[in-house]
Ligand binder design. Structure first.
Ligand code: RP5
Length: 162
């Protein structure tokens, strides 16, 4: 069994339908991951423990998704040097613009690589995590190249009438 190097964390169970997109990409690329609910506001001690133990646990990338007052990615980035990819979850009240602004405007020194709002952002977070790991893993690099080529090949050159 390969070692888990990607942590997918999210602020709530309700974020999982979005964050699953990242998990699905990692499944397709055969990258092991763990998924956990870690809320900046509701379980701050869990956030602290996860961040404190991330390096020792062997994590190489953390994907963190949250919505609304989305402090999870930034707080995680403040607690560990493991790269954090932030996913702004789409909200009902403000469509995820609140999540995006909460995640993207980090102060100098504690970066979060912020993706697009919602499902596309979560899927891209999976791809970004795979790309980071692929730098040191030639087999994964090949699988990622093939994944990208297959996507490219699936795009028709001529539009059709529906
Ligand atoms: C945030 O509040 C979570 O990340 C979630 O996106 C949002 C709503 O959470 P629930 O009220 O659905 O648990 O902390």
């Amino acid at each position: 069994m390969s070692r888990v190097e990607v942590g997918i964390i999210m602020g709530s169970q309700s974020d999982w339908s979005t964050m699953k997109e990242a998990a699905q990409i990692l499944d397709e690329l055969n990258v092991p991951y763990e998924a956990r609910i870690v809320s900046a506001h509701r379980t701050p001690d869990r956030l602290w423990d996860y961040g404190r133990g991330a390096v020792e646990a062997g994590l190489k990338v953390i994907i963190a998704g949250a919505g609304g007052a989305a402090h999870l990615p930034g707080m995680m980035a403040s607690k560990t040097r493991v790269p954090v990819i932030g996913v702004p979850v789409q909200t009902k009240a403000l469509s995820g613009v609140d999540s995006l602004y909460s995640i993207v405007q980090m102060p100098k020194g504690y970066p979060v690589a912020t993706m697009a709002i919602g499902a596309a952002g979560a899927a891209n977070a999976g791809l970004m995590a795979a790309a980071i790991l692929a730098n040191g893993d030639p087999a994964l690099a090949r699988r990622l190249d093939e994944w990208r080529a297959a996507l490219s090949d699936s795009i028709p050159e001529v539009p059709r009438d529906d």
